[in-house]
Design a protein. Structure first.
Length: 259
């Protein structure tokens, strides 16, 4: 059995969104198409049929293109959570569901990840982790609807995945996130090296994504609440002892909101 590999490419949209496109032969699927136009341009240019859309959460920059794509591909499947906030979903999924993608000969498992929104999900499979606005490189999503506790638990489900899992997030926020991460943990050498690498990528107009779980554990302050340096930074900044993991996470998220 000689199966062609699945190509995964970011289709840029808006200022800093990536619409991840997974392609095998002449079939492809996309994750979080906030805008239909760049997707339609891409599939036309490469003569592809769009078979599935995966949706992580309802925000317009992740769903705005669905209506137009469904119009262009009437047989398409739209896979997402059962929510009145996400119209056009044809395949409703919930935590633990397996999603088979026949056109790519692959499948994903659904992870419920409340925090950024209350019904945010991620898709995890052999091809990697597609985690929307939950985990970013060196950062995490804003807490629009969930509590810090929920978000921290959601992130812990992701860090429980195999360390070599490729992490495909929706936004190119990496450089700004790294600046914040270095403010919290200035002597983290992995982070310093990562900043140099990420700056080079962006100068060359190349994405900093995907990352891996292993890399994120080394550089992402929101996954590093046990770092003594982060605890020290927060304790000095807030003039109280900040050591407990949820407290560290909560204060980091609050600080980042105004950074
Ligand atoms: Zn969002
Ligand atoms: Fe977003």
């Amino acid at each position: 059995m000689s199966e062609k590999p699945v190509n995964i490419v970011p289709i840029p949209a808006f200022q800093d969104n990536y619409i991840w496109c997974m392609q095998q032969e002449n079939a492809c699927i996309v994750v979080d198409p906030g805008d239909a136009t760049p997707v339609l341009d891409y599939v036309e240019k490469h003569q592809l049929t769009l078979t599935d859309i995966l949706i992580t959460h309802h925000h317009p920059d992740h769903t705005g293109g669905v209506k137009e794509l469904v119009k262009n591909f009437p047989d398409i499947r739209v896979i997402g959570i059962d929510s009145s906030r996400i119209p056009y979903v044809t395949h409703k999924v919930t935590d633990g569901d397996q999603v088979d993608i026949p056109s790519l000969n692959t499948s994903f498992r659904v992870l419920m990840l409340p925090g950024h929104t209350k019904d945010h999900i991620a898709f995890y499979g052999d091809l990697g982790l597609f985690c929307g606005d939950t985990l970013f490189s060196a950062g995490c999503g804003r807490l629009f609807e969930g509590s810090p506790e929920q978000m921290q638990h959601s992130l812990s489900r992701l860090t429980d995945l195999p360390s070599d899992t490729k992490v495909y997030c929706t936004h190119e926020y990496t450089l700004a996130n790294v600046s914040f991460a270095l403010a919290a943990e200035p002597n983290n050498q992995d982070l310093q090296r990562y900043q140099e690498w990420a700056q080079g990528q962006r100068k060359a107009d190349t994405p900093t994504l995907p990352s891996t779980i292993e890399e994120q554990l080394a550089i992402n302050p929101f996954l590093r609440t046990s770092s003594e340096e982060i605890q020290k930074t927060l304790s000095e900044k807030l003039a109280r002892n900040v050591h407990e993991s949820l407290d560290v996470f909560t204060e980091l998220r609050r600080w980042k909101d105004h950074f």
